[in-house]
Design a protein around this ligand. Structure first.
Ligand code: KIV
Ligand code: ZN
Length: 517
């Protein structure tokens, strides 16, 4: 609930656009739709769904989000070019509430080296872009890219011209994460003082995290009067990422005494949404990450634990349940029924249909036969895996390996392609995982380079499930895969195969798309 004396800050989520620009984080259409729905359920005000001119895949994603997601404003990005703006509108036109976001760089470095345009040219192009977009719909956002490094007098001039031309939101990006809180707060205050028509638009901020100050800079801007914050789930994005949505939202809420501002975000959905984005993008959330990290509410020190038992507020400034973290971690087992599973799923923030619950329950029983205690982490993995969004060209069947120190591994791998069983035996590789990876490439005919390989345990205990994430390089692009099993070698095989299936699906789709351009 929004505090009665609060200023309402608009939350503009760009996970699907700037967030997707994180290396290796590209999502397919089904994945983007799942994230878009989760963002709508979280209560974001604006979803930036993509950059329609960038690729046919981006166009399709923005169009599908615009056609299907109801509630938030749906936004598409465009440079100040006619073709970009027309394409953005084409993708957005079925949205309940469309927004076109046009941008043009304004800093001296960008003007001189990238655009080779004078200040007058920049103002002219910005005005033309905003006017063209405003011819399509009334909700127009304009961003002077690299605003934080733009001369303040020129920034004021550009912002004034963009508002005159029809911009209803002016977004001030710190594109390279160069600003500091005091500096960025001053930029916003100056715009409010010196731009005569500033009251006709919402001031937005878009901060990158290169110096680790994206959230601090965004909050300083809010203190100076910014009304919209652009952010991403888990702070993913170009290079060091963007302002983290969960951090800015909880900072505003917990420190209401300072900011006197709040958002429409349902904070209980923060952890489930963070997990969904992490599982779909393959970008792990560091354990000590504020708000959504695994350790964000863990108290290790005896003194802290003692204080917590006496009075939780001694060491806790927000409750885990406020951000959707179920701390009870009730253990389920093979005698637990469907109702108990449904109950835990609900407490973890998942609304499952009867059919989805049946599928998850079936896999829960299989897991419970292998593993005595099933924790919340296990249940989350079961739920997240129940609807693979990458089509499975090949399915994993089984593997066998014999290996040891100083021996060349012997591996047998069985996959299935449709109805056809495929088996290979190989004596190669440097250890069992490498041998499996080579066998996988031999059987599928897809040759890749493994760029990253990580093993984590999903929960605690010797029988905990192992979660393996991999990044494979194919034709200059990164594809990720994730596999979970109580056997970490099998989890590795499953992770490799998911990435290879992803290559088979996405590479094929992208080729078809570029052929149809
Ligand atoms: O960082 C940036 O400047 C951007 C703009 C397109 C808003 O992402
Ligand atoms: Zn950005």
């Amino acid at each position: 609930m929004i505090h009665p004396d609060s200023r309402r800050i608009i939350i503009f989520d760009t996970t699907l656009r700037d967030g997707e620009q994180s290396p290796g984080a590209s999502m397919n259409l089904a994945e983007k739709m799942e994230v878009a729905q989760a963002l709508a359920d979280l209560g974001v005000d604006v979803i930036e769904a993509g950059f329609p001119i960038a690729s046919p895949g981006d166009f399709l994603a923005v169009q599908k989000v615009a056609q299907s997601i109801r509630g938030p404003i749906i936004c598409g990005l465009a440079r100040c070019r006619d073709a970009d703006i027309d394409r953005a509108w084409e993708a957005l036109k079925d949205a309940e509430r469309p927004r076109i976001h046009v941008f043009l760089a304004t800093s001296a470095i960008h003007r001189e080296h990238k655009l080779r345009m004078s200040k007058d040219d920049i103002i002219r192009r910005a005005v033309e872009g905003v006017r063209r977009a405003a011819g399509y719909c009334p909700d127009i956002e304009f961003s002077p890219e690299d605003a934080a490094r733009t001369e303040i007098d020129f920034l004021c001039q550009v912002v004034e011209a963009a508002i005159d031309a029809g911009a209803t939101t002016v977004n001030i990006p710190d594109t390279v994460g160069y600003a500091t809180p005091a500096h960025f707060g001053r930029v916003i205050a100056t715009l409010r003082q010196r731009v005569p028509n500033i009251d006709k638009a919402v001031i937005s901020v878009h901060c990158h995290n290169d110096l680790g100050m994206a959230v601090a800079n965004s909050l300083a801007a809010v203190e100076s009067g910014a009304g919209q914050v652009e952010c991403t789930i888990n702070g993913i994005g170009e290079r060091a990422g963007n302002c983290a949505l969960e951090e800015v939202v909880m900072a505003l809420r917990v420190r209401h005494d300072v900011f006197r501002a709040d958002t429409n975000i349902n904070s209980k959905r923060l952890v489930p949404t963070s997990r969904l984005v992490s599982s779909i993008t393959g970008l792990h959330v560091q354990r000590n990450k504020a708000i959504v990290g695994q350790n964000a509410f863990a108290h290790e020190s005896g003194i802290h634990q003692d204080g917590m038992l006496k009075e939780p507020t001694t060491y806790e400034i927000m409750r885990p349940e406020d951000v959707g973290l179920a701390m009870t971690d009730l253990v389920l087992g093979k005698h637990s029924g469907r109702a108990a599973l449904a109950d835990r799923a609900k407490a973890l923030g998942y609304e499952l249909s009867g059919e989805q619950l049946d599928a998850v329950f079936e896999r829960f029983k299989v897991l419970a036969d292998k593993k005595k205690e099933i924790y919340d982490g296990d249940i989350q993995v079961l739920i997240e895996q129940q609807s693979p969004v990458v089509s499975e060209t090949w399915r994993f069947e089984s593997y066998g390996i014999s290996c040891g120190t100083g021996q060349t591994p012997q591996v047998t791998l069985a996959l299935r392609k449709g109805d056809q069983p495929l088996t290979t035996t190989l004596s190669a590789g440097d250890g069992p995982i490498d041998a499996l990876f080579l066998a996988m490439q031999k059987l599928t005919g897809i040759r890749t380079v493994c760029k990253d390989f990580n093993v984590h345990s999903v929960t605690v205990g010797e029988d905990a499930q192992g979660e393996v994430t991999v990044q494979l390089e194919y034709d200059g692009r990164l594809y990720r895969g994730r596999g979970v099993s109580t056997d970490s070698v099998e989890a590795s095989a499953r992770a490799f195969l998911t990435a290879i299936n992803r290559i088979a699906t996405l590479f094929h789709r992208d080729r078809q798309n570029s052929a149809g351009k």
